[in-house]
Design a protein around this ligand. Structure first.
Ligand code: HEC
Ligand code: HEC
Ligand code: HEC
Ligand code: HEC
Ligand code: HEC
Ligand code: HEC
Ligand code: HEC
Ligand code: HEC
Length: 654
């Protein structure tokens, strides 16, 4: 049977075209305490500038400022005595998280007179480089007061991110207040995509410039304390010790440490003076696992202010202190929800419940990236043991060559920590790294601790990421919370009841009757057809995960990837594109996940055509993937399941 024929179109196309682009102004960038998008009240035309006059514009200082004050001295003040640590930090993405565009050494966007178009909205922008100034051009836009000019130019002054993607901020006539270019640049794919498309969010048709958002939100985690930001009638005043995340974010203010070290005789060999008191600098290695992790948690967490009206940005947390004295770290509990209701009184209880669902699985495991501290808090090894972020990560790897530093920077892990050593540093290898525990051959990916206990069930930055709540596979959890279990994320062709049976036989877990389609249809197939957008996203990503590809066989993926390529959610389509590219037969089909809808439909039809013509032997496929022994897709079954799809609007709050 051929998906491209008219019979199939009846369900493929409604699914595809049914992208009811609801005009929801979702605050996708909403992080921590929510603040509404700033409006743009000031008269615009006075300082508006055109392309021709752009070279004479000097708006560069009209942006937030980086300047150490008080006890802070900035990273250059440390490099003289700690060249090694400075070098490793310099290689990290922490350093280049926030950069001034004109001095950025990690600047990726293509500003070569390119026009970018958001096809969902039908609006285009232009990006150019004139006399070494990066410029952003927009035509008429709801957030810019009409002035008669056809195009408005703005100078791009700052960047956010440098690892997977980069976002760009332009100066506005408002004091230090930034606007966000509504496209981001994907580093690996080397292309611009609409900003809405990089979030797992219900399709919506706004491309707000997010005026003031940097100043009132992003500054809170993407700069080094001490931070100051204040809104006034004509904009903002915003300042941080340093852009990016530098030494003093993790070690505390350094001035008194330097004074102290100089007093007792520094490395330049001056005679030791008598120093009084203690060295105030904090070494995360020398404090408790809990306090050490809280330093990372000051940014890598979902947290709220302690009192209504306070701002997380202004929290005075210092490394070594108790984070909970400064912010409320969210948990998926009733108490935490109550706290959020109290401090976010502007949001309805329903909104808060929806936000919680968009951040946590129903059992309180955090489901979004960048919030690993919330995950650690629910982990028994941390609750009852000494597991901390730096059990697995290191911020300063020792004596590394440049190439090794580049590799380290990716996840900042200690060497070996992608493998069992992450666990066997505490849990006995003899007991657990053994077939008696894992029931897999010792060289099998199915025997690696992380693959069963830290599966990729969190989502962010257009990918699935390992959960930072260490947990064990359990079929019941999948039906109760909707979170896919580790076994079915690798064995994509197996049903949930298959997993349940083995968990009973191997680990003595209580027998669990999963019921319905879960008995005989592959769980991954079910999640991709009937699941909500977040479940579909995880499966779309796993179709590209090497261990899953190796054990599940890839010769039945194509029809499912065709269905996922028609998904309403941009991010699901993005991961589907990556998975498709890995199937040699389909790699040549140029599927642009944010291209015009008719083009995408065309490619989906081509995939199905190729599938129906392909010569691969499908007789060996398990019945669980709904492909008949003759190689035909059981389209009625698929249609029936698609009709059961969970259409809950999802907007994961990364
Ligand atoms: C004048 C030289 C000097 C400067 C400048 C300096 N340090 Fe140090 N620092 C030292 C010395 C000496 C030690 C003692 C341990 C050692 O030999 O490394 C030390 C130790 C440390 C430690 C380990 C403390 C411990 O208890 O284990 C940290 C962390 C540290 N410094 C961070 C910083 C940071 C961050 C800065 C910049 C804000 C900085 N240092 C600036 C000289 C300096
Ligand atoms: C609560 C802290 C917090 C806030 C507030 C926050 N971020 Fe982040 N952000 C993070 C963390 C942590 C990561 C790293 C996630 C990871 O690597 O998995 C991150 C990653 C990113 C990345 C990816 C960077 C890269 O190099 O690929 C971008 C882009 C980004 N944030 C943009 C923003 C913007 C824009 C804002 C403001 C609207 C913002 N963030 C607010 C904590 C935060
Ligand atoms: C994102 C957090 C972070 C940043 C940024 C950071 N460090 Fe560290 N630093 C750590 C942690 C964690 C340790 C403990 C050792 C480890 O895990 O690598 C550490 C250890 C140290 C030590 C002690 C080394 C030892 O042998 O005990 C020094 C000195 C130091 N850092 C200096 C610096 C300097 C200087 C900078 C900036 C140029 C810097 N750090 C930036 C987190 C950070
Ligand atoms: C001041 C805020 C802040 C602090 C403190 C902080 N981080 Fe980060 N961290 C970030 C942001 C923002 C990013 C995203 C950087 C990027 O990818 O551009 C990030 C990225 C990372 C990454 C992913 C690598 C990457 O660049 O994508 C790891 C791993 C990480 N941090 C671990 C830690 C650990 C461990 C600690 C504590 C020792 C820590 N961080 C402290 C804000 C912070
Ligand atoms: C038991 C080991 C372990 C602990 C503890 C741990 N991590 Fe990780 N972390 C990992 C591994 C392994 C990866 C790579 C994940 C992957 O490849 O998807 C990772 C990845 C990350 C990333 C990058 C995610 C991405 O792909 O963008 C960040 C950020 C991070 N960890 C932060 C933290 C923070 C903050 C803590 C403490 C709250 C922490 N981790 C504790 C093992 C650990
Ligand atoms: C720093 C030490 C440490 C590390 C590293 C560590 N754990 Fe643990 N883990 C513990 C401690 C302590 C406990 C609690 C034991 C107890 O209560 O008897 C624990 C408990 C557990 C439990 C049991 C949970 C329960 O409810 O009884 C599991 C499962 C587990 N760890 C798996 C892992 C895996 C998998 C890794 C690697 C990803 C890991 N641990 C890394 C220390 C650690
Ligand atoms: C990261 C991938 C991965 C994960 C996670 C994984 N497996 Fe496997 N599994 C494999 C591989 C590879 C093999 C074949 C080699 C072997 O026997 O180890 C296999 C073989 C098997 C087999 C025997 C062959 C078959 O298909 O009947 C069973 C049964 C099995 N796994 C069940 C499970 C269960 C149950 C879980 C969860 C507790 C699990 N696996 C988790 C990769 C994985
Ligand atoms: C094929 C999947 C799989 C792999 C691989 C695996 N585990 Fe487990 N592990 C489980 C399951 C399932 C349980 C839960 C048993 C239960 O429900 O009681 C478990 C339980 C545990 C526990 C809880 C205490 C106990 O004895 O039941 C610890 C600790 C643990 N594993 C550590 C490890 C370590 C360390 C590794 C790697 C060396 C590892 N596991 C590899 C599936 C796996």
């Amino acid at each position: 049977m051929n998906f491209a024929d008219s019979k199939h179109r009846t369900f493929l196309i409604p699914l595809f075209m049914g992208v009811a682009l609801a005009a929801v102004i979702a605050f996708v960038f909403r992080a921590s305490d929510s603040v509404p998008t700033g409006s743009y009240p000031a008269p615009f035309d006075q300082r508006e500038f055109s392309e021709t006059s752009s070279s004479s514009i000097r708006l560069a200082p009209n942006r937030p400022m980086a300047k150490p004050t008080g006890d802070y001295i900035g990273s250059t003040g440390c490099s003289g005595c700690h060249a090694g640590e400075h070098r490793t930090w310099h290689a990290s993405y922490h350093r280049t998280m926030t950069q001034v565009a004109s001095t950025a050494d990690r600047l990726f966007g293509d500003f070569n007179d390119v026009t970018v178009t958001n096809h969902a909205i039908g609006r285009s922008y232009r990006l150019a480089n004139r006399d070494s100034q990066l410029l952003f051009f927009t035509g008429n836009h709801p957030q810019i007061p009409p002035s008669g000019a056809e195009e408005h130019a703005f100078q791009v002054v700052m960047t956010t991110g440098s690892h997977h993607m980069q976002a760009y901020w332009f100066a506005t006539p408002q004091n230090q207040s930034l606007g966000l270019v509504p496209f981001v640049y994907l580093r690996e794919d080397k292309r611009w995509v609409p900003r809405n498309a990089v979030f797992l969010t219900q399709p919506f048709d706004s491309d707000s410039f997010e005026f003031g958002r940097w100043n009132d939100t992003c500054i809170g985690c993407h700069t080094t304390p001490e931070r100051y930001t204040k809104e006034s009638a004509n904009g903002f005043e915003s300042r941080a010790t340093e852009f990016g995340i530098s030494c003093e974010a993790c070690h505390g203010p350094g001035k008194r440490h330097v004074d102290y070290q100089q007093a007792i005789g520094n490395r330049s060999g001056t005679s030791p003076a008598i120093a009084t008191g203690n060295d105030p600098i904090v070494n995360p290695k020398s404090i408790s696992a809990s306090k050490s992790s809280q330093i990372c948690g000051s940014c890598h967490s979902i947290s709220f202010s302690l009192k209504p009206g306070n701002s997380v940005i202004h929290s005075r947390f210092l490394p070594g202190e108790e984070l909970s004295n400064h912010v409320h770290v969210a948990r998926g509990t009733v108490d935490s929800a109550r706290h959020q209701r109290a401090v976010l009184s502007s949001l309805s209880p329903e909104d808060i419940a929806a936000d919680t669902q968009n951040r946590f699985w129903p059992d309180g495991h955090v489901r979004v990236s960048g919030r690993e501290y919330n995950g650690l808090l629910e982990t028994p090894c941390h609750q009852r043991g000494k597991l901390s972020c730096i059990s697995c990560h290191t911020l300063h790897p020792s004596k590394q060559n440049q190439q090794a530093l580049v590799e380290w920077a990716d996840d900042q892990l200690r060497s070996g920590m992608r493998k069992d050593a992450a666990c066997t540093q505490c849990h006995e290898a003899g007991k657990y790294a053994d077939i008696k525990h894992t029931h897999h051959q010792s060289d099998s990916t199915g025997s690696e601790c992380l693959n069963c206990h830290m599966p990729h069930t969190t989502y962010g930055l257009l990918k699935a990421i390992r959960s930072h709540t260490i947990d064990s596979p359990n079929a019941l959890t999948s039906t109760q919370t909707g979170r896919p279990n580790a076994c079915n994320l690798c064995h994509l062709d197996r049903s949930l009841s298959w997993t349940a049976e083995h968990l009973t036989d191997w680990f003595g877990q209580p027998r669990h009757q999963v019921g319905g389609d879960w008995n005989n249809v592959s769980a991954a197939v079910l999640w991709s057809l009937t699941g909500d957008a977040a479940q579909r996203a995880l499966i779309a990503w796993h179709f590209n995960w090497e261990p899953a590809r190796a054990i599940s066989g890839t010769n039945w993926f194509a029809p499912y990837l065709a269905i996922l390529a028609g998904d309403d959610y941009d991010a699901v389509r993005f991961m589907t594109t990556r998975s498709l590219r890995r199937l040699p037969e389909y790699a040549g089909l140029n599927f642009d996940f944010v291209g015009p809808a008719p083009d995408r439909k065309h490619v989906i039809e081509a995939i199905m055509k190729r599938w129906s013509q392909s010569k691969i032997n499908r007789k060996k496929l398990p019945a669980s993937v709904l492909i008949d022994s003759g190689g035909e897709i059981r389209d009625l079954e698929i249609k029936r399941l698609l009709e059961k799809r969970d259409l809950r609007p999802v907007g994961l709050l990364e």
